[in-house]
Design a protein around this ligand. Structure first.
Ligand code: CS2
Length: 477
């Protein structure tokens, strides 16, 4: 089994990561592990959890080392990742995290705090100043809670100390993620002090990235599998597919690791890559998550093994998503889609539809709704997108097709549920009740009869004939 090819004990921290979950550990941490194995010094990671201490509790006793299991139909390849050199738990000790973020040797702060971790309004991409964590951070800025709160306080302290700002590298699936996080962070800074706001907007670099690797949540069965293969227990291994991609806007005034040497693509403009990935991969993922879950498919691979669902992905991608994309330089879109569908079929990755269905209110705007907006601007059809969005509506109403409760995880779950309960399960009431949620749909789409008409018709079909029926009818139409 592969082990870190460098002296782990001597590695110096140069990156602070906020949100040290499975995705980070199977993606950015692996690239940095490889950078250090090739001899670059000073790029180890101090990883902070902003909420639960479970990662710390699992990994601290094993000195931050953990196993990455790369799974495919061909078997599992295991390796030990060493780049995570320090672990922190922000709520336990916010000061320790701030001190680390202010270390002059730290040149980059990377983030994977999920879409909702930026406390923004998903439809407009602006800071939600009424968010409870943002209000708390404005009330006690020296003891932040939110990711933007930590960024602002650490940047303010570095500025006061005359230390050059770190580069902020968002690795979440947000639209124009660098720009979005810059906007949110600068706004929070400005609410504290207009001068600090100008500093963040003018002096801090927020390059955009496109990140891609499918990393399902680790299960107890995965732990047992890794323990069996290793002969020792790993409290929290991560499981991932073989594919990995990282496209990064090359704008790092404080310096950066030689990521291009380990497979990252350093580019001038991430936008075409991001659209391709968020729309083709994540858009299809969310579609399979809602409609697949409703049809009784527990995993993405199960849904892909059901021919009408596989056809749905193909037609959604080919007919409605692809025409909205600008092809990245040198990319082969047809090959990309074929590879994606193959990745979805990976039998060894047990990626639950329920997991992907989480936080839909934060995901739909960039995954499906922006695509629908582009299609409507071109006066083109949105039948597949509409069924996917209707699937989300049916799902967040909180009852499955047998009447059982769905455990809906979403920051807006209570609001969505209240609206759905009031409307009842009739498309002509449920669709307008949920379309009126501005955080998701904005103000324009609910007022567009082409959009509301298509979504209401799809929801009607879904409610009458079930997800499997609706998918089957749509793909043979
Ligand atoms: C998934 C993503 O959970 C989700 O919403 O769509 O985590 C997806 O697996 C990654 O973006 C793949 O890069």
């Amino acid at each position: 089994m592969a082990r870190p090819g460098y002296d782990v004990a001597a590695a110096e921290v140069g990156v602070v990561h906020l949100g040290v979950g499975a995705f980070h550990r199977a993606h950015q941490a692996v690239y940095l592990d490889e950078v250090m194995a090739r001899g670059a010094k000073g790029w180890a990671i101090a990883g902070a959890s902003l909420r639960a201490p479970d990662t710390f509790d699992a990994l601290a006793p094993q000195d931050g080392l953990y196993t990455l299991a790369v799974r495919s139909g061909a078997g599992d390849a295991l390796r030990v990742v060493g780049s995570l050199r320090r672990l922190l738990v922000a709520p336990r000790d916010p000061e320790a995290l701030l001190t680390t973020m202010c270390d002059p040797k730290v040149r980059i702060v990377t983030l994977t705090v999920t879409e909702k971790g930026y406390c923004h309004d998903p439809a407009s991409g602006t800071l939600d100043a009424a968010h409870p964590d943002i209000r708390a951070d404005l009330a006690s800025p020296l003891r932040p809670r939110s990711a933007p709160g930590f960024l602002v306080e650490a940047l303010a302290r570095r500025r006061a100390a005359g230390t050059r700002p770190f580069t902020v590298l968002c690795c979440d699936n947000l639209p124009a993620n660098g720009e979005t996080v810059a906007r949110v962070t600068a706004r929070l800074a400005a609410l504290r002090d207009p001068d600090l706001g100008r500093f963040v907007a003018g002096e801090v670099a927020f390059p955009s990235t496109m990140v891609d690797r499918i990393v399902p949540a680790t299960t107890d069965a995965d732990r047992a599998l890794v323990a069996g293969a290793l002969g020792v227990a790993d409290a929290w291994p991560v499981m991932a597919e073989p594919f990995s991609q990282w496209v990064i806007e090359d704008r790092f005034p404080a310096g950066r690791p030689p990521l291009e040497e380990v497979g990252a693509q350093m580019v001038a403009d991430v936008a075409p890559y991001e659209h391709m990935k968020l729309r083709l991969l994540n858009g299809a993922h969310s579609t399979l998550a809602y409609l697949g879950f409703l049809a009784g498919h527990e995993h993405i691979a199960d849904a892909m093994a059901d021919p009408p669902f596989a056809r749905l992905v193909e037609r959604l991608q080919d007919e409605e998503i692809t025409p909205t994309l600008t092809v990245p330089p040198g990319a082969d879109i047809e090959g990309y889609k074929r590879a994606l569908r193959e990745r979805f079929r990976n039998p060894a990755l047990r990626h639950r539809t329920w997991q992907i269905a989480m936080d839909g209110s934060q995901k739909l705007p960039q995954r499906l709704i922006a695509t629908a907006r582009d299609r409507l601007a071109a006066d083109a059809s949105i039948d597949f997108l509409a069924l996917a969005i209707a699937g989300w509506m049916r799902y967040v109403a909180g009852r499955d097709e047998q009447g059982g409760a769905i455990d809906v995880r979403d920051p807006l779950a209570a609001k969505l549920r209240a609206r759905a309960d009031e409307a009842g399960l009739a498309a002509d009431r449920l669709a307008p009740a949920l379309l009126a949620v501005r955080e998701v749909f904005g103000a324009d789409l609910p007022a567009d009869p082409r959009f509301s008409g298509a979504v209401t018709a799809a929801l009607d079909d879904l409610l009458r004939g079930g997800a499997a029926g609706a998918v089957g009818r749509l793909v043979t139409r």
